[in-house]
Design a protein around this ligand. Sequence first.
Ligand code: JCK
Length: 262
Amino acid sequence: MTAPEGAPELRVDVVTVFPEYLAPLRLSLIGRAVARGVVDLHVHDLRRHGVGVHRAVDDAPFGGGPGMLMAPGPWGDALDEVVAAGRAALGPAATPHLVFPSPAGRLFTQRRARELAAVGWLVIGCGRYEGIDERVLDEYGERFPVLPLSIGDYVLAGGEAAALVVVEATARLLPGVLGNAESLAEESHERGLLEHPAYTRPAVWRGRAVPEVLTGGDHARIARWRREQALRRTAERRPDLLADPEQRPGPAAREDTGGPRR
Ligand code: JCK
């Protein structure tokens, strides 16, 4: 491993009963940012704060209903410890932004990833079972920004997969995480639309030729073709992105790159 760089751009604490679930964050692009100290990643086992010989973290819901909930006690103990350790490292005035993945959260978007990339310190609380006792969010919401976020309209078994998504989408936006080739590719992408199709060598594969416009060297024609393809594909696959042009920024309206303004 190379020597750590300066101060981290982002500290991330993840609290979970499955700490091994976060192992992929130590691979590839984000893994290199973690190894270089650009992202300071800490994964904590909620079970350390569990109750009794079984280290229980769950209990039955008041009011009835299916399944179990995560009890507030272990979460309070874990989060107090994480906040204290983070402030010991970052300074006593540091403010954690608490993210709770939830099927009932606001949608996590590229815009939200941009915002999170600027906060300096994220604490992600991963629930299991039917979720976390609401008082945990109420309690920490009186002290810190608390964001219940959903990564999409489907139901996961817990918050860990969403934590992977949030950290990957956020960390790749930090200065120095993307290489030059990748950041330039992103700048050129047609904003507010899906990307145009892309091709590499060989020029013919299994009898399928690359569209001739791309091999002809007429760059104005290529740019026009790509814009048309992006529009056609967006209309076909994501008509919702085209539905409200008022909601969409013009080409120069913003430096965001990953999707339309919501
Ligand atoms: C965090 C526990 C599992 C399963 C109850 C939900 C009707 C509640 C998420 N986009 C996303 N989908 N799911 C999650 C997510 C799921 C979680 C937890 C995030 C903690 N679970 C679970 C079922 C229910 N039903 C719809 C009732 C929780 C994100 N981010």
